[in-house]
Design a protein around this ligand. Structure first.
Ligand SMILES: [Zn+2]
Ligand SMILES: [Zn+2]
Length: 391
């Protein structure tokens, strides 16, 4: 079959690889209907997560049709249209039993890397380096889905492919940020980043009853889209001081909840950005935490900051003083999708969440390397490029 392979830093190509085969009874094989580019893939492509090998297939946000079913699978049959959670959970370990699916103890076959980097390994994720299990990714014609009874979800009839696709990763990630940050009716929430995850976090905050939601970005098309499709108030950080603007719009107090949906390649005009970038390029630090710092500073006293963007290691100039002196709660997590996906598919079917506007571009698998380039450079208003192997 054809698949999009990582061949080296900033080098992707479509190659012939072996078809996936069933490896245990809980597996299904899925024929890809659609997958999408995700901002966190850019960290792999750019070499910021140094656990990739030439020939690895990337891609973790996808929807497909079941074509083969293991003997132990109970909830799926051949022909089902399923959206698959990007994190793989076994459904049996202590973490899965406690609804903390991305922390699964059994699905990352290379636990040593996580143990050395973070003190413990996370669950496995499709197409996301050998630090996260080395599972083959979804930008391919077929993909093997382990523990399919837990990670694959049938899509309701009335929900189209493009809408459902984003329920694999960006919708549950955004929802989890608002949920675990404790957004409640009447709150003021600020979200850094108007990519798919940031937009979905803002939408979740609105649906959870937030009184005002601000979305922060610098790309005019993304700001406009967020205002129109999500319903949040937008702030362009290139034209204003975000902290001052948020204080002014919240009667001087600042947001109750600040959600960071940017990650380790944050952009900024501040001098400290150059410092981060130089250190990152010299591999003296793994991440550029610009948006995290800003969120911590902007948050009201005793508020909550939730980090949804992907970070790999240690960061420099972390405002620990603000965390302690302002009494902040700082949390972060990778998505526990299995906990939210059925509810989110229902909300999608009910029209409470809309995702189709995220799919600004659609390409066949052969054009996937170019699609990632457009996505990275945000050319032509590209928010997400949807890759459809069948086209
Ligand atoms: Zn993702
Ligand atoms: Zn588990």
């Amino acid at each position: 079959m054809k698949a999009l392979c990582w061949e080296g830093v900033n080098k992707l190509s479509v190659e012939q690889v072996d078809d996936p085969v069933m490896r245990n009874e809980q597996d299904v094989i899925v024929r890809l209907i659609a997958g999408t580019t995700c901002g966190s893939d850019l960290h792999l492509i750019g070499g910021y997560i140094p656990f990739m090998r030439a020939g690895d297939v990337i891609g973790h946000e996808f929807l497909g049709e079941v074509v083969e079913v293991g003997a132990g699978v109970r909830r799926h049959k051949v022909g089902d249209r399923v959206v698959v959670c990007s994190f793989v959970g076994c459904g049996r370990c202590w973490y899965c039993a406690n609804d903390l699916w991305s922390l699964c103890d059994n699905t990352n076959t290379n636990p040593g890397i996580g143990q050395a980097l973070f003190g413990a390994d996370t669950g496995g994720i499709f197409g996301y380096s050998h630090a996260m299990g080395g599972l083959r990714g979804s930008h391919a014609e077929y993909v093997r889905v382990p523990f399919a009874d837990y990670g694959a979800f049938s899509v309701p009839e009335g929900v189209d492919d493009t809408s459902a696709l984003f329920v694999s990763d960006s919708v549950p990630t955004g929802w989890m940020g608002a949920d675990l940050a404790g957004v409640k009716p009447g709150d003021v929430v600020a979200v850094w980043g108007c990519g798919a995850v940031g937009q979905m976090a803002a939408r979740a905050a609105i649906l959870l009853g937030a009184e005002r939601v601000f979305s922060i970005d610098r790309i005019p098309e993304r700001l406009e889209m967020t205002e129109r499709h999500i319903g949040s108030e937008v702030i362009d950080y290139t034209s204003t001081d975000v902290g001052a603007e948020l204080r002014e719009r919240t009667g001087g107090r600042g947001p109750d909840v600040c959600i960071e949906a940017v990650g380790m390649e944050a952009h900024s005009d501040s001098p400290v950005h150059l410092y981060d970038q130089v250190k990152q390029q010299l591999r003296l630090q793994t991440d550029r935490p610009t948006a995290v710092r800003q969120a911590i500073h902007a948050c009201r006293k005793a508020g909550t900051v939730f980090v949804l963007g992907v970070f790999a290691g240690a960061v420099d100039k972390f405002p620990l003083g603000a965390v302690i002196n302002k009494g902040l709660t700082v949390r972060g997590a990778q998505q526990h999708g299995q906990r939210y996906i059925p509810m989110l598919l229902d909300r999608l079917a009910a029209g409470e969440i809309s995702t189709t506007h995220l799919a600004t571009h659609t390409v066949p698998l052969d054009e996937a390397p170019r699609a990632y380039e457009m996505f990275k450079e945000k050319e032509d208003g590209c928010v997400r490029a949807v890759i459809r192997p069948g086209h």
